[in-house]
Each structure stands twice: as structure tokens, then as C-alpha cells.
Design a protein around this ligand. Structure first.
Ligand SMILES: O=C(COP(=O)(O)O)[C@H](O)[C@H](O)COP(=O)(O)O
Length: 319
């Protein structure tokens, strides 16, 4: 019989898959919460059964979206914190590990915000792509320091996450100009920084983020506008230390065109990659809770944080 996975874990996994829950930090936070629910609610009678349930829950969550490494990093953190010889000890340690992960996430966001804010000067204008809570943390910290900022916000087709960014910036008192994605180059001369988040950062300093980030970064380099990536260290992809590449999620064509719209166009092939890879030479700085790094040096931080541990959390029995 398959290990029992709590219905709330399935719900959270479904919400991540359909993007009700989205953005790398929020996905990681929700995954830790889901494992906490699994641990709290488990009826497992033996330690082995408990561990099997936790690993099955982790696998269910992991199989939702492939690109944001914050998801497996969150799962790994909680499963590695699962410790003890009785079910109650395993339960307690898992719940504590999930809580600790979520607290670290919050602290990292706040610390990173202060680092990012130091790059921003009073009167600066930033250009954003997609919706990144890490970028917003930098803006919020700068605003709290009394700096007045403005923003040019890319709409970010097909899901228009730029609308969320526009709303959040408005709440922070930052005046926004919303543009369609293809207008970005036109406005790059008028902004002081491009600021984006990350779903994964590879060992060579490449940044994997919402589709359109790489084109924006290339254009920004051409115009001499610095590109800043704001990302907590759990966006660092340990698998890339040993040569693995990051999977780029292909999402459903219905996000781009409805069936009727597609038929009216003569049924073209529709491709909907959700992310792209920006090579390190187009990135000026990666801002993390551990400070600011040139992308080429991020591998040192990765080795310090992860060592050589690159397996998925459920591959080896966690004892
Ligand atoms: O690309 C996206 C979201 O993509 P999607 O909408 O497809 O999930 C965000 O820039 C990163 O996840 C960083 O977000 P954060 O800084 O909040 O972790």
C-alpha cells in the first residue's frame, strides 16, 4: 500500500501546480508548511511508516513545478531535520524543522532587503520583471530608509505577474509606469537599475528566472543599465555543482491562447516556456541575505552552504 499523504498536502501541491501559489519564496514556504501538516496529522504507527509518509509527501510536492530550486531545498531542509527513534520524536523534529525553515526564509528576506536597498539611491527608478518578493523586500527597505523611488513595471505575459508587482509597489508608495514586455528596451535609458528575482541560480552564476529575464538583461547591458538579481541563498541550485542543468518548465498553451483563439489562427504550435537562463556576464550583482556577490563567485557560497550534498531528499533513507 502507498504511504498516506494528507489531503492538505495534495491541495497545496495542486495550488503550486496551478500557480495559485507561485513565486519561488512562497512556493518554498508553502512546501515547508505542507510537510509540517503531514508530520502533525500523520497516523503512522511505526517510525518507518512515518518516514515513508514524509518522503511521499515531499515527492508529491516536488513533482509540481520543476524550475524553482527553493522547492526541493525546502523539502530537503525539513527531511534532514527529521530526527529521532520514535514516531513522536520524528513528528516533533519535523514540525520544528519546518518552522525553522520558514523563520529563516523570513529573516533572509529582510536581511537581503537591507543589502539591496543599499544599491538604491534617493530618486532612483527601477525596472522590474514578473513578481518577486525579494525585489519588493529591497524596495521596501529603501522606502523605509526614506528614499523616494519610481518603477517601470513589465507586464510579464502570459500570466501578467507584473500586475501584482504594480499593486505592491503602489502600496509601498512607489509611483509605477506599467509597460508591455516589448516596450522594455525603449525605457531602459530612463531607469537606473533592472531588479529581478530568481527561481534558481546555477553554480556558474547563471540566473534562471521568469521568461523574458534574459532578453531584458542583454538589452540592459547594451544600454549600460545594471542588472541586480535579488535572491535568498535557498535559490542556489546544489545539483549544478555536479553538472546537472536546471529544468525549464513548459506550461500549458492555454495560458497563451484559448482553444477558440488558437483555432481562429489556424492551429499554430504554441510554446509556453515559463523561465529562461541569463548568463552571468549580463548580471552585475546577486543580492542575498549573506551580502552582495558577483555572479561568478556564487559557487564559493554554494560550496560553503551545501558541501557536496546534491541528492534529492527522498533518495536516501533519512535516519
Ligand atoms: O519568476 C518568478 C516567478 O515565476 P512564477 O510566477 O511562474 O512562479 C519570480 O521572479 C521568482 O520566483 C522569484 O520570486 P521570489 O523573489 O518571490 O522568490
Amino acid at each position: 500500500m502507498d504511504p498516506h499523504v494528507h489531503p492538505d498536502v495534495h491541495h497545496i501541491a495542486d495550488d503550486i501546480g496551478t500557480m495559485e501559489i507561485r513565486g519561488a519564496a512562497k512556493i518554498a514556504d508553502s512546501a515547508a508548511t505542507a510537510l509540517q501538516i503531514q508530520a502533525r496529522e500523520s497516523d503512522a504507527e511505526t517510525p518507518d511508516a512515518f518516514r515513508a509518509e514524509m518522503r511521499a509527501a515531499a515527492r508529491t510536492l516536488h513533482d509540481t513545478r520543476p524550475t524553482a530550486v527553493s522547492l526541493p531545498n525546502a523539502l530537503r531542509y525539513v527531511l534532514h531535520g527529521m530526527d529521532g527513534v520514535t514516531v513522536e520524536q520524528l513528528r516533533e523534529s519535523s514540525v520544528v524543522a519546518a518552522e525553522r525553515f520558514r523563520e529563516r526564509l523570513d529573516h533572509a528576506q529582510a536581511d537581503l532587503g537591507l543589502v539591496g536597498a543599499n544599491r538604491l539611491k534617493d530618486g532612483d527608478c527601477i525596472m522590474t520583471h514578473c513578481h518577486s518578493t525579494a525585489v519588493l523586500a529591497c524596495v521596501e527597505a529603501a522606502v523605509d530608509q526614506g528614499k523616494e523611488l519610481t518603477a517601470v513595471v513589465k507586464e510579464t505575459r502570459p500570466r501578467n505577474q507584473g500586475h501584482i508587482t504594480a499593486e505592491r509597489l503602489h502600496e509601498l508608495g512607489v509611483p509605477v509606469t506599467l509597460i508591455v514586455d516589448s516596450a522594455a528596451r525603449r525605457y531602459l535609458n530612463e531607469v537606473d537599475h533592472v531588479m529581478v528575482g530568481a527561481d534558481s541560480i546555477a553554480a556558474d552564476g547563471s540566473v534562471i528566472n521568469k521568461i523574458g529575464t534574459s532578453g531584458l538583461a542583454v538589452n540592459a547591458r547594451d544600454r549600460g543599465t545594471p542588472v541586480v538579481v535579488a535572491a535568498q541563498t535557498f535559490k542556489l541550485h546544489p545539483g549544478t555543482l555536479t553538472g546537472h542543468s536546471v529544468d525549464i518548465e513548459m506550461r500549458d498553451e492555454s495560458e497563451v491562447l484559448s482553444a477558440e483563439e488558437k483555432a481562429a489562427l489556424g492551429n499554430p504550435t504554441v510554446a509556453n516556456p515559463a523561465f529562461d537562463v541569463t548568463p552571468p556576464r549580463y548580471v552585475d550583482a546577486i543580492v542575498t541575505e549573506r551580502g552582495q556577490f558577483p555572479p561568478e563567485s556564487i559557487v564559493m557560497l554554494m560550496r560553503e552552504l551545501f558541501g557536496e550534498q546534491t541528492t534529492e531528499p527522498w533518495v536516501e533513507p533519512v535516519v
